[in-house]
Design a protein around this ligand. Structure first.
Ligand code: GLY
Length: 371
């Protein structure tokens, strides 16, 4: 693949269909990409301070090249931003910036900014369009695509939000060059998730190419993002509001969200790290229940270890609550139906499925053994 070739994956949702553009240098051509969406040549950008310092000037240049001006609000970095106070601040700023119903909001940042800005756009004047410019691997392969937007509350993660699809996603692979190694590996947890849930051949490709991808190979990064997004686009097109198949994208997330809550959504555990530990636990549980061969969790563990990723509870610094408390946190999950927790388990690598057939005793035994 030529380094500067741009891939396009379409999320096919009828009149709300949109393209995910993937390649290096997209931020420089943001004006050209976004201009067809605009009714007047201005955009409001929601971003965070670290990202603004690194990438806002380039976005401004890219937009100005097409005569588009921008106003930007940079929020504090970190998961704590994804809550009521910053949502209020963002929405009021957008109103003060006189963003109209026909304007476009741009989310420049990782998953926190994408989710917050998307939700702000969803509720502003009963809904304005928005463009995602994801700056982390996690956001490029997962959160910027599919229209899930929202915030965390004291009761749990992502419990308040809306489905609001972006009008365009620009995944600039070159932006990943400035991503700290820990964030890149955390995002890679979501990439591995796609192979584990539905594409064994992709998982084998990651086993072969993951280390070079993490070391900085842009062509491999682009291919991993393209394949991940293509898989997600297909699932979202078939099940936009998660009445069925889309739940598979939550592989590892029930465990991961509980661990994130248990660590206070802090630097102790990044979202993608929770997902990689959660994927390992899901495969361990599948094998314990006799649903998948023991080789599957062993292979997952070998790959996560080879990548230097977090994969077990012991990799989380500090104390964790006991198993009963972790299970109570899992019970807050959005996948709970009529009080029954639903889990994404697997028959093998690439063969995930949803089940409510996991007893609290089995769960407790898994978590006790994992300590
Ligand atoms: N991140 C899971 C989903 O978008 O459905």
């Amino acid at each position: 693949m030529i380094d500067n070739a741009i891939d396009t994956v379409t999320v096919a949702l009828g009149p709300r269909s949109y393209d995910v553009r993937i390649g290096s240098g997209l931020i420089a051509r943001a004006g050209t990409e976004i201009a067809p969406l605009l009714r007047r040549p201005r955009v409001a950008v929601l971003t965070e301070e670290r990202v603004a310092a690194l990438h806002l000037p380039a976005l401004e240049v890219g937009l100005r090249a097409q005569g588009i001006s921008l106003q930007a609000l940079a929020l504090a970095p970190g998961e704590a931003t994804k809550g009521w106070p910053q949502l209020q601040r963002a929405v009021e700023w957008l109103l003060e910036a006189e963003v109209e119903r026909g304007d476009v909001v741009v989310a420049l940042g990782g998953g926190v900014i994408g989710d917050l800005a998307g939700f702000a756009a969803a509720i502003l004047r009963r809904g304005v369009r928005f463009v995602q410019i994801p700056t982390t691997l996690l956001a490029q392969v997962d959160s910027s695509v599919g229209g899930k937007t929202g915030i965390n509350t004291a009761q749990g993660k992502n419990l308040v939000g809306a489905f609001h699809q972006p009008s365009l996603v620009l995944a600039d692979i070159a932006l990943l060059d400035t991503l700290p190694a820990r964030d890149l590996l955390a995002g890679y947890g979501e990439v591995v998730k796609y192979g584990l849930l539905g594409d064994a051949e992709f998982f084998a490709w990651l086993e072969a190419h993951g280390p070079a991808l993490a070391a900085g190979d842009r062509a491999l990064r682009q291919e991993a993002v393209r394949r991940s997004v293509a898989m997600k686009a297909g699932i979202v097109a078939r099940d936009e509001t998660e009445t069925g198949e889309r739940a598979l994208l939550n592989l590892g997330h029930t465990f991961g969200h509980a661990l994130e809550a248990a660590t206070g959504y802090s630097d102790r555990l990044l979202h993608g790290e929770g997902v990689s530990i959660g994927c390992q636990l899901a495969f361990d549980l599948s094998a314990r229940l006799g649903l998948c061969p023991q080789e599957a969790p062993s292979r997952v563990a070998a790959h996560l270890q080879a990548m230097g990723m977090r994969r077990q509870l012991a990799d989380i610094p500090g104390d964790l609550p006991d198993s009963a408390a972790l299970i109570a946190l899992m019970a807050q999950d959005k996948k709970v139906v009529e009080g029954r927790m639903r889990f994404i388990l697997a028959h093998d690598i690439g063969q995930a499925f949803v089940t409510a057939e996991v007893s609290p005793a089995e769960l407790r035994a898994l978590l006790d053994a994992a300590r």
